[in-house]
Design a protein around this ligand. Sequence first.
Ligand SMILES: O=C1O[C@H](COP(=O)(O)O)[C@@H](O)[C@H](O)[C@H]1O
Length: 232
Amino acid sequence: MASTLHSFASAADLAGSLADKVADSLSAAIAARGTASIAVSGGSTPKVFFQALSTRDIAWDKVTITLVDERFVPADNARSNHLLVDANLLQNKARAARFLPLYQDAASAEEAARIATEKTKAISSPFDIVILGMGGDGHTASFFPGGSNLAKALDASTPRGIITMEAEGAGEPRLTFTFSSLEDAALLVLHIEGEGKKDVLAKAEGSGDEAEMPIRAILRRATSPVEIYWAP
Ligand SMILES: O=C1O[C@H](COP(=O)(O)O)[C@@H](O)[C@H](O)[C@H]1O
């Protein structure tokens, strides 16, 4: 499916514009179905966007928020994506939203993935909105190059839900929604910032194996158009 690049002069401009777009999409879903869903990324990029989105005046009590991926660490760990969402998105007006975490207090990441898959079945499919990020190695969600479960995660026939991932570049074991869970969102966004990420994107858009740069799976095979939001 095609992608469209939306470029902004600054990260603040991008955050405001993306927050408006997401708020409009959530409101449209609520008007159509009574509820709305959004799966967001962690990492360093989304903080300012989260802060902007949290102030938007929509029916947040009808919105379910979850993560596209998470580290297998509790929510009070500084590297937790849940912590980032708590501190920046589940604030202001967005405090009224329901948050479904991927991390579960389980004996293993595999058990946590199984529990999280069950719990997130309460969210209707497809997601209304998915916001992906991208690492400098071409990973997105926790689809890491060399990842232990990468082939399964990227296989379009792997069911919706959460699986585990371990990889050298990932730090802790990870929990990640599968490709099939994310690729058909009504609004599918790739949010990246910096010249370095633009170069990584250009490389990913070229030829090469998906396993080397897993973002290629989204760019090449997502059934929804990919809206790329970029700022320097
Ligand atoms: O590990 C992760 O990294 C990516 C990208 O993060 P960034 O710090 O380069 O913005 C992120 O999209 C993903 O959700 C996160 O778990």
